[in-house]
Write a protein that binds this ligand. Sequence first.
Ligand SMILES: Nc1nc2c(ncn2[C@@H]2O[C@H](COP(=O)(O)OP(=O)(O)OP(=O)(O)O)[C@@H](O)[C@H]2O)c(=O)[nH]1
Ligand SMILES: [Mg+2]
Length: 221
Amino acid sequence: MRIDHRTAVCHHVGFHVNTRKSIDEVMYVYILGGFLGSGKTTLLMKLASMYTRRGEKTALLVNESGEIGVDGATLKAEGYDAIELPNGCICCSLSGTLQSALQNIERDIDPDIIIIEPTGLALPHKVKELVRVSMIDADETFIIGVADVQRFEDLIKKKEEFFTMQMSHADFVLINKSDLAKDGQIDAITSWIKEKFPGKPIIPISAKTEENLDKVYEMMR
Ligand SMILES: Nc1nc2c(ncn2[C@@H]2O[C@H](COP(=O)(O)OP(=O)(O)OP(=O)(O)O)[C@@H](O)[C@H]2O)c(=O)[nH]1
Ligand SMILES: [Mg+2]
């Protein structure tokens, strides 16, 4: 695959990149793990802005099937270039493509930060394994778990095991959409997660209103 910084080539998975490279040569990879609609893309865009403000060169590898797309036009408007990769889920059917995408990103872009948003049905630790076997020279790969205040109860009722697997390898868990939380809801979700994963850092945030995003930035390198 040739990376063309100006042209959107295919569909569904894309990455974009800002243009400055910091003096620091370290490369970190972040994987956003969370169920469909939990707010991964909304958060990803905020994280991208944060790293841009810090002067870090950032590549985003995004599955584009979500409610909020990260399309080429949006990226251009935000000052990013875009490319897109073939259709599918990067943790399973696109695993080969994810790996070659990562290798090409490293070779052609050489970013400081890569943020990957797989589909909401992906298990982030499997994506992490794909990053590892892709042989890119990542200094460290982190998983950020994204839970959704609004759909938490329902998800636990219907897919507790899956949600638990998604969060189990997270370096920290964000309870997103705090702006929609009813009284006591954040505390209840926090207790639930704490009980399952003692010691795991948990931060209630709103990717939309940016509540507590400063705490997330502090957690990130
Ligand atoms: N109120 C509120 N809405 C949010 C927040 N974060 C995301 N949303 C909304 O939730 C919906 C889904 O957000 P996305 O960012 O597309 O979620 P996603 O996890 O990328 O979704 P998929 O890619 O489909 O899995 C959108 O309508 C967002 O505007 C938040 O913090 N508060
Ligand atoms: Mg999304």
